[in-house]
Design a protein around this ligand. Structure first.
Ligand SMILES: Nc1nc2c(ncn2[C@@H]2O[C@H](COP(=O)(O)OP(=O)(O)O)[C@@H](O)[C@H]2O)c(=O)[nH]1
Ligand SMILES: [Mg+2]
Length: 355
């Protein structure tokens, strides 16, 4: 999570980590990023648990990092500068927290509330920092090219294309590149190639009077999603049980703005899918990238399963829930036997047979 100082990052982080699962403790120092591991809400898993009544249910998790504020000229070392930029390079996706709440109690670094301007300040810093990396790399390749012409030709072409994109003020649309190009681009370690979405942090009770157009326009232009939440309210309510929290949210007319949306959209931004296992009395959700083969998914569970992989029994969780039992799903022919190269689909329940 990135954003200007006082945009509410730590508040939202606290609300998220109130849902967190135990992990090794990280220093709560203002310069080092704070990290929290949060279970991904999963209605399908809950539903399956209702049917199977296992002893243990393990959801999949997502790790959030609260990165301290970026300000204008961070790339020149302003504020805490480059240190933060380097933290951002280590994440898989970026949630940009943009301030919508007023200045009654909390000053704004640039005095007034202006989501579009704020978003552009932060994103410009990222682009300038990336541009420096691209240019450094170009210089290096051009030096090498004097020795061997072919060397780095592909990379050179890609860098020029990316430089052009960044100079136009845009992030890089990775979808326009093929797999080999993507791999090479990932090695540049740029921020502007990461999945990106906005968290609009609004005042409690202002849902109906939001100046939504401010960020919607920017998000539409750049093809990004926006999640609206009230960080303060979420933090205040985070200690309450789910049911109670839900009724408060309703009271504030904010039931659609649950912090859970942040987790869900974050998970979706990462382009991950979930598969499930039911082993003995334990049910578990696992995360893999889209287009992962069955044998690789097995390896995610245990290396022995990958090495000794034979076949997998597969039922999609929606079919299972609809039929109400494995037996019923089987009778309808919804249980399939798949081989190692089968591409695992979101929601597959896998039973791996291995040697
Ligand atoms: N009214 C209101 N205040 C908020 C909201 N979110 C954060 N704040 C307050 O803004 C101040 C700065 O928040 P913080 O999370 O520390 O911002 P950060 O610098 O981005 O980490 C704190 O006093 C918060 O209580 C919100 O949604 N509404
Ligand atoms: Mg903070």
């Amino acid at each position: 999570m990135i954003g200007l100082p006082n945009s509410g990052k730590s508040t939202i982080f606290n609300a998220l980590t109130a849902l967190s699962v135990p992990c090794q403790s990280y220093p709560f120092c203002t310069i080092e990023p704070n990290i929290g591991i949060v279970p991904v809400p999963d209605d399908r898993l809950t539903e399956l648990a209702r049917i199977l009544k296992p002893e243990k249910v393990t959801p999949t998790t997502i790790e959030f990092v609260d990165i301290a504020g970026l300000i204008k000229d961070a790339h020149k070392g302003e504020g805490l500068g480059n240190k933060f930029l380097s933290h951002i390079r280590n994440v898989d996706a970026i949630a940009h927290v943009v301030r919508y709440f007023g200045t009654a109690n909390v000053p704004h670094v640039y005095n007034d509330v202006n989501p579009k301007r704020d978003a552009e300040i932060v994103e410009t810093e990222i682009l300038i920092a990336d541009l420096e990396i691209v240019e450094e790399r170009l210089r290096k390749i051009e030096r090498l090219a004097k020795v061997s012409k072919e060397k780095g030709e592909t990379e050179h072409g890609l860098l020029l294309k990316i430089r052009d994109t960044i100079e136009r003020g845009s992030f890089v649309d990775m979808e326009q590149y093929d797999e080999n190009e993507k791999q090479l681009i990932h090695s540049f370690n740029l921020i502007a190639t990461k999945p990106f979405f906005y968290i609009a942090n609004v005042d409690e009770g202002t849902l109906n009077s939001l100046p939504v157009s401010a960020i919607e326009e920017l998000a539409r232009e750049k093809g990004r999603r926006v999640v609206y939440i009230c960080g303060k309210l979420e933090e205040d309510l985070s200690a309450l049980p789910d049911q109670e929290r839900a009724s408060y949210m309703e009271l504030y007319n904010m039931e659609k703005m649950s912090i859970r949306n942040v987790i869900r959209v974050g998970y979706e931004a990462l382009d991950l899918i979930t598969f499930y296992t039911v082993v003995g009395r334990e049910m578990r959700a696992w995360t893999i990238s889209r287009n992962t083969t069955c044998v690789k998914a097995a390896g995610k569970i245990h290396t022995d399963m990958e090495k000794g992989f034979i076949k997998a029994d597969v039922i999609n969780i929606n079919d299972f829930i609809r039929c109400g039992s494995e037996h019923a799903a089987k009778e309808k022919g919804l249980l399939r036997l798949e081989g190692r190269d089968y591409i695992v689909k979101d929601g597959d329940i896998l039973h791996i047979r291995f040697n």
